[in-house]
Design a protein around this ligand. Structure first.
Ligand code: HEC
Length: 111
């Protein structure tokens, strides 16, 4: 499985319940009253380093718990790569994405 596919699969399992599948912060859990996370599609988080995302997953952030016990380091980096792809796809028209990235984003999620 490629890094991005792995990242997408792990993101959909561990992050999308709160952050939503597109990272806009409207996950299912939020609909039920959990504090809403910020959207990834804002300047501060577009400019944040890969390491910042890695550390948020590792140590938690404010109201968000640490995922260190459930997401091993290699998967944290895969998730970071996938979040970058989500951010990039929001910024760029999909037609301008490299073929390989477009294929990853359009592919059916792995089960
Ligand atoms: C149970 C809900 C929940 C889950 C699951 C969750 N988060 Fe969060 N996340 C939050 C909330 C709420 C915040 C805002 C926390 C605050 O500001 O107090 C947040 C904030 C963040 C931020 C923003 C940090 C910043 O600098 O503003 C990032 C990045 C993030 N989460 C990544 C992830 C990733 C990656 C995953 C999956 C491994 C994940 N989250 C899973 C609820 C969640």
């Amino acid at each position: 499985m490629t890094l991005l596919r792995r990242g997408r699969q792990r993101f959909d399992i561990f992050c999308s319940p709160c952050h939503g599948r597109t990272g806009d912060g409207h996950g299912m859990v939020v609909e039920r009253g959990f504090p809403a996370p910020p959207t990834y599609h804002q300047d501060a988080l577009r400019k944040a380093s890969d390491r910042h995302f890695y550390e948020v997953i590792s140590y938690g952030y404010g109201a968000m718990f640490s995922y260190a016990a459930r997401v091993p380091p290699a998967d944290r980096w895969a998730i970071v790569a996938y979040i970058r792809a989500l951010q990039y796809s929001r910024e760029a028209p999909i037609a301008e994405l490299p073929e390989s990235l477009r294929a990853e984003l359009n592919a059916e999620p792995d089960r």
